[in-house]
Design a protein around this ligand. Structure first.
Ligand SMILES: [Zn+2]
Length: 168
């Protein structure tokens, strides 16, 4: 399970960067959509911003699942993307899942409306003009989440390789 890799495409990266810039110290987030490239290699092709579809507060990120799922199914039909997970910012905290983050992700895993075996959580933070990201994989067959490897294929353009968080 540790070998699962998620490649962040430029569209998704740019949307997250733009949202982090716009929302500053406010937590912001949304959904991740993409597709499977190889057996243990997934691509995050696009990201939604909760501002478009839900609401947010400085301490607690909340989105509206029903509206969000509509957007996902529209993207899915148009581009053959699948729901891959969630992303949100920790402007003032470390890039590790909080207990409510873990509960949210575990809730998605058991929610038949999502119908997924695994779900990716990306926690992001603006670092000057760069984005630091950490990925966490929640899987039905695993009792706990594991760190996920994130890569970005246009890192030279962004001038920022994505830093991955490693659990010691
Ligand atoms: Zn969080």
């Amino acid at each position: 399970m540790n070998h699962i890799r998620f490649e962040i495409e430029h569209t998704a990266y740019a949307k997250i960067y733009e949202a982090l810039t716009r929302f500053g110290d406010y937590e912001i987030g949304g959904m991740l959509v993409g597709y499977q490239k190889e057996k243990h290699h997934f691509t995050i092709a696009d990201a939604t911003i909760a501002d478009d579809i839900g609401k947010f507060s400085i301490f607690n990120f909340i989105r509206e699942p029903i509206k969000s799922m509509k957007i996902v199914s529209q993207l899915f039909k148009k581009n053959r993307f699948h729901y891959m997970g969630e992303w949100h910012s920790h402007p003032r905290f470390t890039l590790t899942p909080s207990s409510s983050d873990v509960k949210t992700m575990q809730g998605i895993l058991i929610d038949k409306g999502y119908g997924v075996n695994f779900v990716l959580l990306i926690i992001a933070k603006l670092n000057n003009t760069k984005v630091n990201m950490a990925g966490f994989l929640f899987h039905k067959d695993l009792p706990d989440f594991v760190p996920a490897t994130l890569t970005h294929n246009l890192s030279s353009e962004i001038e920022q390789p994505i830093s991955t968080f490693k659990i010691p």
